[in-house]
Design a protein around this ligand. Structure first.
Ligand code: E4P
Length: 213
């Protein structure tokens, strides 16, 4: 399973990338806004830190504008993945980018049918937002399992990228249903390491070591 970090914070990317566990990065317009720098500058700086897929999202709502943005973003670095919204215009832009061998990530996916459309048009990644489904009283993980079944039925190569992860159980559940990737916020990445028995075990070992003759 691949881990991406879901952030526009360069310090978080540097710190977590050093762990050797991070395969790529996802950003979105909200995360770019928080970074305080332009998207172009942010993606350029991320590409200097991370050797792996970096999702950069378009903000146009019409296919023509999406494609203009996409081709500009793709020039920044070969690892750039163009994030497009799950709309009709997004699908038009996706068809074009697929034809031109540009990597894509279809975002704001909330149903299995939407994921099916993205795969049919050759998306590299599809991003089901599980936390936002949980927020409205649905079970986001069921969506990942449905998409997995559908993609397996037809051998689609589109990778499932579990997004909008809120807690460590989302990571475990994504792994259990076979999600290809999880994009994880900094806080949750840190929480993955934690277990009280690890802490107390280390403490005891150190105590015993110090008391050894
Ligand atoms: C995915 O690529 C998105 O950036 C992200 O996971 C959205 O998460 P949120 O629902 O916490 O904003």
């Amino acid at each position: 399973m691949e881990f991406f970090i879901d952030t526009g914070n360069l310090e978080e990317i540097k710190e977590t990338y050093a762990w050797g566990l991070i395969d790529g990065v996802t950003t979105n317009p909200s995360l770019v806004a928080k970074s305080g720098i332009s998207q172009k500058e942010l993606i350029t700086q991320i590409s200097e830190i991370v050797d792996g897929p970096i999702s950069a999202e378009v903000i146009s709502t019409e296919a023509k504008g999406m494609l203009e943005e996409a081709y500009e973003l793709a020039k920044i670095h070969e690892n750039v993945v163009i994030k497009l919204p799950m709309t009709k215009d997004g699908m038009i832009a996706l068809a074009d980018l697929t034809k031109n061998n540009i990597k894509t990530n279809i975002t704001l996916v909330f149903s299995a049918n939407q994921a099916l459309l993205a795969a049919k048009n050759g998306a590299t990644y599809v991003s089901p937002f599980i936390g936002r489904l949980d927020d409205i009283g649905q079970t986001g993980m069921h969506l990942i399992a449905e998409i997995k079944d559908i993609y397996d039925n037809y051998g689609y190569q589109t990778k499932i990228l579990a997004a909008s992860i809120r807690h460590t159980d989302h990571v475990k559940a994504s792994a259990l249903v076979g999600s290809d990737v999880a994009t994880i916020p900094y806080k949750v990445l840190n929480q993955l390491f934690n277990h009280p028995l690890t802490d107390s075990g280390i403490e005891q070992f150190l105590k015993d070591h110090q008391n050894a003759k």
